[in-house]
Design a protein around this ligand. Structure first.
Ligand code: MLT
Ligand code: ZN
Length: 475
């Protein structure tokens, strides 16, 4: 039997958890940075601790309500978007750092801590949390774990997965699980269940406490900005620098991305001549760094795989270089692009580019593109847009039509349709290009074990065969 649950009833039953259902705030919390869905969240709940999250899940279970765990909402695939009248569980009030253990290099915090706040806190203790991304000022730790965020340092430090030592979660059944939350380095006692939660996009459990590994602060970085006349030359540059330097970052962008970011941030063209591609390369400075840079530049320029180059002489200059890369996504947003987040085996990127680029240029499409991303780990953020943003629905339909061919190329090259942004709602129709039917079936079975009533983040990543897609009865 389904009864209609009012906000008043939720508020009264779950007191003292704050519950908000004012239309403007509902709208704000009902989606991530992707705004192409008609959203309809029923209410937002603001728990403050694990016990309150457990109470919410048990309440939802009793009344057949659907839930969406929600962090900083900086995701790009609709992974935290409400389209089934779900209750949103915001982690905004679960934003405390609980402890730091310098001996074991561990930090324990609630999931709502902002990534940049965590960075600043650990740096005060002369330690380092290496996951960093453009949205660091607003994304929350819980969200970065739920999506296994990557960012600009993956080439040296790996993805979020490598840094999660343990978690506390509430499953969709309302059970509390302590998954190596003490952060033991060795704990071979069967399945590492916390690994399943990382990258599960809030579909298996709600993260209520996090233990992360930390490392030593890197030495002052040295940054190089280069231009290149082809992607093949970007590859030669990658292979050459990697031989003499331990890279911290190896990023790239094309002239189209640069044009957008220069206009948006009012920046100057970095070099006298435009070039098809640019790279931003960073590593820990050593006493012989400058010498190395000169050698590298000389070699690159004489062999032709570098067209122009400049290196940072101080921190201000370094920050200026990063502006060209870090603000691209924000600059592109005004054109409401269709976003791809592809993983392509690095050596195949130039070939992939040559195959895919003509798809946008054909007469029936006439679309513009911006290519940028973390090329050093094979992650390409291809953004597609129209020269004059209008008729958004037709534009999206065009892109969706292209997807079949584009994702077939991704598959052909052994890539993945999502590198670091996850599947959410946006990429769900294309999951079969990267995961087999048997894998999806297994994931659905795992989901049912953790979340037997399919309450958590319904419809994200894949649909559940048994779900009838009934909306929440919360009003
Ligand atoms: C980035 O690397 O800038 C982000 O992942 C954002 C994006 O892809 O738009
Ligand atoms: Zn990225």
């Amino acid at each position: 039997m389904t009864i209609s649950i009012t906000t008043e009833f939720i508020r009264k039953t779950l007191y003292p958890i704050e519950v908000i259902d004012t239309p403007d705030i509902l709208k704000q919390y009902a989606h991530d940075t992707l705004s192409c869905y008609d959203t309809n969240a029923a209410a937002i709940l603001f728990p403050e601790n694990t016990e309150q999250v457990q109470n919410i899940v048990q309440f939802a279970k009793k009344h057949h309500l659907k839930l969406i765990p929600s962090g900083g909402r900086t995701g790009m695939t609709g992974g935290a978007t409400a389209i089934q009248h779900e209750l949103i569980i915001s982690m905004d009030k679960m934003n405390h750092i609980l402890s730091i253990n310098k001996t074991e290099r561990l930090i324990t915090c609630q999931p709502g801590v902002i990534l940049q706040t965590l960075h600043e806190y650990v740096e005060l203790h002369r330690l380092f949390y290496p996951i960093t991304l453009a949205a660091k000022g607003s994304c929350q730790i819980g969200g970065t774990i739920a999506t296994n965020a990557g960012g600009v340092h993956v080439v040296k430090y790996g993805n979020t997965r490598q840094w999660v030592a343990g978690l506390k979660i509430i499953t969709g059944n309302g059970d509390y699980l302590d998954l190596n939350s003490r952060g033991l380095m060795k704990n071979n006692t069967g399945y590492a269940l916390h690994e399943l939660i990382i990258g599960s996009e809030g579909t298996l459990g709600i993260i209520t406490e996090v233990t992360l590994r930390l490392t030593q602060l890197p030495k002052k970085p040295m940054t190089l900005l280069l231009s290149h006349d082809s992607l093949h030359h970007v590859m030669t540059c990658f292979n050459t620098t990697k031989q003499s330097i331990t890279l911290l970052a190896f990023e790239f962008f094309d002239q189209s991305s640069l044009n957008q970011v220069m206009q948006h941030q009012t920046l100057q063209q970095p070099f006298q001549n435009e070039a098809p591609f640019y790279t931003l390369i960073e590593w820990e400075a050593t006493p012989d760094s400058e010498e190395l840079v000169f050698q590298l530049l000389e070699k690159g320029l004489s062999e032709g795989w570098v067209s122009d180059g400049v290196f940072s002489q101080n921190e201000t200059q370094r920050e200026q270089f990063w502006q060209y890369r870090e603000h691209i996504s924000e600059a592109l947003r005004q054109d409401q692009p269709y976003k791809y987040d592809l993983s392509i085996p690095i050596a195949s990127i130039p070939d992939f580019y040559e195959q895919v680029m003509p798809l946008f240029q054909q007469d029936s499409m006439r679309l513009q593109s911006a290519w940028f991303g973390h090329i050093g780990d094979g992650n390409i953020h291809l953004n597609v847009f129209q020269s004059t943003p209008n008729m958004q629905t037709e534009f999206y339909a065009k892109c969706e039509k292209l997807n079949q061919t584009l994702f077939a190329y991704v598959k052909k090259y052994g890539g993945s349709i999502s590198a670091e942004h996850g599947i959410g709602l946006l990429k769900k129709p294309y999951l079969s290009f990267s995961r087999s039917a048997s894998e999806v079936k297994l994931m659905q079975q795992i989901k049912t074990i953790f979340d037997p009533y399919h309450l958590l983040n319904p419809g994200k990543i894949f649909d559940m065969p048994s779900d009838d897609h009934h909306q929440n009865s919360a009003v």
